[in-house]
Design a protein around this ligand. Structure first.
Ligand code: IVH
Length: 677
């Protein structure tokens, strides 16, 4: 065998040339070689990797081919956003899902009608039909804005270009999953890691003729916007879709209750390998569309659906070392560095050990033989230790008491659970360079500043090069310096410049979320933005005296409790964090926060609820108030406009206080009338 190092060097050289060809082809639209020569060259690289196990372990080809940078296609906004699904992994999660639906709707029906569909492991797309004609075809993109891949989608057999029917919607966004059949995949598997990657790569070819070469297939599973919404049940919609000539999945089933869900889950899991497409679980959806509408969505996923994943794939390996990682909230997470092992088609070399208590409980040690599992996109976990394979001289793992930055770590006491937290944390904020780096990765992420081209890896790279050390540096980036680095061409630099420039204008809720304050996720960031409304108001938190005043008021907000206010206080008590927020804000234009719905029935009004309602839960009432432009408060104050009193056990004290303060009282029957008016 040739010298290993020499082979790696040769492999990396070839890869560099391939990347250059990719850039010429995908980004510059100026291929330097013919398609045939390109394919030949690409094959050479893949063959080389196949031949040498050590090249495979380097995992350098992952995501390389077939995932060109995202500047090839025109960007188009989805009419309704494309959301994700929350996951269930076991029976308890399903019981919880049904319970939450019942709570929200104020029902007591454990057998609510659901529809079960396979969760196709492909690439999602959206087809827009106007008066029955296929007008747009989009990729998911970031869920709000997708890419125009209409011409490529048109190459897929059975996607109707026109819907024939007596009554058809004026406007319809059809949501579907594109995939490659397993049999077809075997013909091209030397080019892609799995069928899903192959479908993604093929779908995003610049030239639709290249897409047409590989027979992609699809299943339509839902809709975004539909006008007029003429269906009562999701199953009616699917039946109609079939009639209109769309491909729908044959394994769909209407069912009720946990037992039937479990039965269907087991049944399809057993049949899974016989199908010609990959599925990674079942999706359960509330079948009644009126109920779906009432349930609505949280930030990222509908309340009316859940993906019940199939059991995780497992593998046995050995722990080479245990190291720690520091997250953006300072959480210290132990990670097992393991001998690389393939789990469900992916090479795994790290697995999370969660926290100190988990290591103690499972007595996990360096050198141990362990079983790991990987479910979906979740980080692989250690399931169990095979103690019989442990050497006699092995010793317990001693969890480091200090952060990687050297500072002492702390376990907090939770006032809510009245227990000590299992997680150790570094509390240095931006003064800890490990936290700082993670916060930067969070800042550029999709839900925050959403800067295309500035992903986690680039942040690492720019951090090491001293180009970005705090968020404001992103906006002062000297792009001329970057030109010299490998992988950066004129086009990608221009795109990055544009993406950074565009992200300078940001809404207040996104900015608050992007700061990475513990316990302040997207939902809480919205509540806070609704309270502060302008960045000037928000920046009052930087001033200790003003902060205390605001923090007291914050507790009034429904959804913000002591845990959140404490966390905000901790964040802004750190001088470095304050300076960094100020620097960042000085580079931005922060848009005033306005509730999405203006001119609603409770536009600019502050409401508070007491007592339970017959027809809806508190959560639904709150969502309805907010959808109608209102702000929901958690305590009585003079600023309140309405106290809405439900018939079940309202608090007398609140009603008395409201009367004293001349706050208008809305009784349950009037509340229902207002909503229906
Ligand atoms: S329903 C509002 N049904 O899974 C979201 N999704 O994590 C509703 N998927 O991106 C999604 N098969 O592309 C739904 N039968 C199915 C599906 C399915 C696959 C994909 C979908 C989405 C992802 C959600």
């Amino acid at each position: 065998m040739k010298n290993k190092l020499l082979i790696i060097k040769e492999f990396k050289n070839k890869l560099k040339i391939l990347k250059d060809h990719n850039n010429s082809y995908f980004n510059l639209d100026k291929p330097k070689i013919s398609d045939a020569d390109y394919d030949e060259f690409k094959k050479e690289i893949f063959d080389l990797e196949k031949k040498y196990e050590f090249l495979k372990k380097l995992n350098l080809l992952n995501g390389l081919v077939g995932s060109p940078v995202s500047n090839k296609f025109k960007k188009i906004k989805h009419i309704s956003p494309m959301l994700s699904l929350s996951n269930a992994f076991n029976r308890d999660n399903i019981v919880d899902f049904i319970k939450k639906i019942n709570n929200f709707l104020n029902l007591n029906d454990q057998n609510i009608e659901l529809i079960s569909e396979p969760k196709i492991d492909g690439i999602s797309a959206s087809l827009v039909y106007k008066k029955g004609f296929l007008e747009k075809g989009l990729s998911r993109g970031d869920g709000k804005i997708g890419e125009d891949i209409l011409e490529n989608l048109k190459t897929i057999k059975n996607i109707p270009k026109r819907i024939n029917g007596k009554i058809i919607p004026e406007l319809m966004e059809v949501r579907c999953e594109i995939y490659i059949g397993k049999k077809e995949f075997t013909k091209i598997q030397n080019k892609f890691a799995n069928p899903r990657n192959a479908a993604g790569g093929t779908l995003r070819q610049k030239n639709p003729k290249d897409t047409a070469k590989i027979p992609l297939k699809y299943f339509a599973y839902g809709y975004g916007t539909i006008e007029p919404p003429n269906f009562l049940k999701h199953s009616d919609f699917l039946n109609k879709m079939k009639e209109w000539g769309f491909q729908t999945n044959p394994l769909v089933k209407v069912l009720r209750g946990v037992e039937q869900i479990e039965k269907q889950h087991k049944k399809i899991e057993n049949e899974r390998s016989k199908l010609d497409y990959d599925i990674d679980g079942l999706v359960f959806k509330v079948n009644d569309l009126k109920l779906q509408k009432r349930l609505g969505n949280t930030s990222n996923s509908p309340r009316w659906a859940i993906a019940y994943k199939f059991s995780a794939e497992k593998a046995v390996t050995k722990i080479k070392n245990i190291t720690i990682q520091v997250g953006r909230t300072g959480a210290i997470t132990p990670v097992a560095r393991v001998e690389p092992v393939t789990v469900g088609g992916v090479v795994v070399s790290n697995a999370t050990l969660h926290n100190e208590d988990e290591i103690e409980r499972k007595d996990i040690r360096i050198g141990d033989t362990i079983k790991i599992q990987r479910a979906g996109d979740v980080i692989p976990q250690v399931v169990s230790v095979d103690v019989s394979k442990r050497k006699n001289d092995s010793s317990k793992f001693i969890f480091p008491k200090n952060c990687l930055c050297g500072a002492e770590t702390k376990k907090e006491f939770s006032k809510t659970t009245k227990k000590q937290d299992a997680v150790r944390r570094c509390i240095k904020g931006y003064d800890c360079k490990f936290i700082a780096k993670e916060r930067l990765k969070h800042i550029v992420s999709k839900e925050a500043f959403n800067i295309d081209g500035l992903g986690k890896k680039v942040i690492e790279q720019f951090w090491d090069l001293n180009l970005i050390k705090e968020p404001s540096d992103i906006f002062d980036l000297d792009l001329n310096k970057i030109e010299k680095f490998e992988g950066w061409g004129e086009l990608s630099i221009n795109n990055l410049k544009k993406a950074i420039f565009n992200s300078k204008e940001i809404s207040l809720d996104r900015l608050i979320f992007s700061l990475g304050i513990r316990h302040i996720g997207q939902e809480n960031a919205k509540i806070l933005a609704g309270f502060f409304q302008t960045i000037e108001n928000f920046l009052n938190l930087l001033d200790l005296k003003k902060r205390n005043k605001f923090l007291i008021n914050l507790v009034e907000l429904d959804g913000i409790g002591e845990t959140q206010t404490q966390s905000i206080d901790n964040f802004f008590s750190n001088q470095t964090d304050c300076r960094i927020v100020k620097n960042l804000v000085s580079k931005l234009k922060v848009k005033k926060y306005t509730l999405l719905k203006t001119g609603g029935k409770f536009s600019n009004k502050k409401l508070m609820f007491t007592g339970g309602f017959k027809n809806m839960s508190r959560t639904e009432a709150k969502a309805l108030a907010e959808n109608n432009g209102g702000k929901v408060m958690g305590s009585i104050s003079k600023k309140l406009d309405f106290l809405v009193v439900g018939e079940t056990k309202p608090t007398k004290k609140k009603i008395d206080q409201a009367k004293e303060m001349n706050i208008k009282i809305i009784l349950e029957k009037d509340w229902n009338k207002i909503l229906n008016s």
